[in-house]
Design a protein. Structure first.
Length: 268
């Protein structure tokens, strides 16, 4: 769904990795693989590769991160996206345009010899190819990690697995699973304690966070349906622009006042 800026409305609760021991998590595969493609790069922004030129950044990330998480006693299931919904075609087109512009900026930075800028811009050029996906699945299988193929949205499938009590929570950087009905979301599932800021060479300290759907809805005083309506006002992958001029705080006020998306559009 690609919910935009909804994090401005609520905070998660910090937890320790040891609290996840023996818990089974459904990991949004594409979400985490794109993280590795963006962050695991050379000084000039180039991806890691083997002697034949095959990209290995994502494999390096998957190997070391998952080996450590498994060592911690955390059980993992990786959920891969299926065929993209036709409703996302505008967002997919927009992302392609952003990446093309980033590639052009990268070439300019390399020509100037500006390696710092090149590395920053390169993060926005990440493209996940079919061979990368297949290699990722093979590596995960060798690690003994189960793989689930979603019909379409990986986070929707992951949320369904939680609802069916097949897993305990969804692990993702995005908040979509909460809207799709997952009772629990785990963010920042990492052991490094640091994360690189997008479009920057700066790092920030991060903590593993737990989001309980029931608690956040209660704190906001809204229902899950209203949270979905609120997200549509802000913008999602299915309606990238949302409602012009409406950010998360304004959307929240409108939903609290009018109770539904339909009423907001009818009365505002």
């Amino acid at each position: 769904m690609g919910v935009k800026n909804i994090r401005d409305l609520f905070q998660g609760s910090p937890i320790e990795l040891d609290q996840l021991r023996q818990k089974k998590l459904a990991v949004d595969a594409y979400n985490i693989i794109y993280q590795f493609l963006a962050s695991i790069r050379g000084y000039d922004g180039s991806l890691l590769s083997d002697g034949e030129g095959t990209v290995t950044s994502h494999l390096s990330g998957l190997l070391y991160r998952n080996a450590r998480l498994l060592e911690k006693g955390i059980k993992l299931v990786y959920v891969f996206d299926g065929k993209p919904s036709q409703l996302k075609r505008e967002e997919i087109k927009r992302r392609a345009e952003v990446k093309q512009k980033a590639r052009e900026e990268l070439e300019e930075a390399l020509e100037r010899g500006d390696m710092a800028r090149a590395r920053t811009v390169a993060q926005r050029t990440s493209k996940l190819t079919k061979p990368m996906v297949e290699d990722s699945k093979k590596l995960l299988s060798l690690l003994g990690i189960p793989i689930v193929e979603a019909p379409q949205e990986g986070e929707s499938q992951a949320a369904y697995l939680v609802q069916q009590k097949k897993v305990w929570a969804v692990a993702s950087q995005d908040y979509d699973s909460l809207l799709f009905g997952s009772p629990i979301l785990i963010r920042n599932l990492t052991l490094s304690g640091r994360r690189k800021l997008p479009r920057s060479n700066r790092y920030i300290t991060v903590n593993v966070e737990s989001y309980q759907q029931h608690d956040l809805l209660q704190a906001l005083g809204i229902s899950r349906k209203q949270l979905i309506d609120l997200s549509i006002l802000i913008g999602t992958d299915f309606n990238p622009d949302g409602v012009r001029g409406v950010g998360p705080k304004t959307a929240y006020k409108l939903i609290k006042k009018h109770e539904s998306l339909e009423n907001v559009l009818d009365k505002e």
